[in-house]
Design a protein around this ligand. Sequence first.
Ligand code: NDP
Length: 366
Amino acid sequence: MAHSRRELIGGIGLGLALAGAGAPAAFGATRRIGYAVVGLGSYATRQIMPNFAGCETARLVALVSGTPAKLDQYGAQYNIPKTHRYSYADFDRIRDNPDIDAVYIILPNSMHAEYSIRAAQAGKHVMCEKPMAVSVAECQAMIAASRKAGKKLMIGYRSRFEQYNRLAIDLARSGHVGPTRLITAEHGFPAQPGIWRLDRPMSGGGSLMDIGIYSLNAARYLTGEEPVEVSAVDSTDRNDPRFKTVEDRITFMLRFPSGIVANCVSSYSSSHNGYRVIGTQGYIDMEPATPYQGQSMSIRKDGVTAPRVLPAAPKTQFAGQLDHLAECILADTTPIVAGEEGLADMRAIEAIYRSAAERRAVAIRA
Ligand code: NDP
């Protein structure tokens, strides 16, 4: 039996509200939202593009690249016709392609703002990778551009569509191990020399912009609060040729309005991926917490530690993220990780850098 548009949209909204993003849409999709992927690098080609296959509401319809050979290769692999393949020079022509509803920006950080704004001006919804941009001012300009165009803007915070992280949020915020007192969050990997991530004009910053942002974002989503103050220490070895223009290690302590404190690690010279939410009756442990797959959770409560294992998720976090923006477009709702979420992280990042540079606690103001 055919469902009316109202029922379908209501169903999608209800499905999200009840089961959260990542769950199958309750009544199936009205139509699939077409995405253009911009920047055919490692993350786009290895994680995002293959995961359209598991989407219910999103589909890949166009590619944008500065490398013609990649357009040929991935165009053929994903059946993208030549009319739907673009260079950066002719990017603005996406305006004339009605198959493209949304644009997914997966470029080096310093290019996020320009391409997000151009996409909005071309009348397209935008998914932009983290970090949203390289400054608060750029994030604000992106939000303004999307608002002016009447289009959605979402940031690629994939962990919000991953079931263990979603459970950790529920458990932490509901006080499963008692009210949260402290959070520790650590993210890092050894950076290889020569990559754009180590070139400040391209990256906007070092480990914090790239990987430490997961510690920051987790502290914010696990508390559901905005930090009001930060104290940070930059312990980068400036004799290491990798760290001439960006930081390696930066450690920061965030203070939240309820009194929760988060101790966070960001590193480009050691491997970390985990967080722990410590409450008055125990803790929730996630290690690894934010990999592409293989999250592991254990909970210690009232003196007993036990692993928490969930059944396999119906969708990957990537498919859940892609479908979420598509569902928000169809239902005209706001993504759970809209541009304001990226802006909040960027405000904290600027305060973290200022605190480390000035060697003092710095207030974070909305
Ligand atoms: P890559 O270096 O692998 O890819 C970036 C692509 O951008 C290049 O392949 C190139 O594609 C395009 N590009 C355009 N101009 C330049 C330029 N001047 N220098 C370098 N590349 C250029 O980076 P990643 O895929 O690892 O990262 C891209 C973005 O995705 C970053 O913002 C990063 O933070 C984010 N990311 C997010 C992850 C997540 O888990 N959410 C994981 C990894 C990355 P082309 O040849 O097609 O033009």
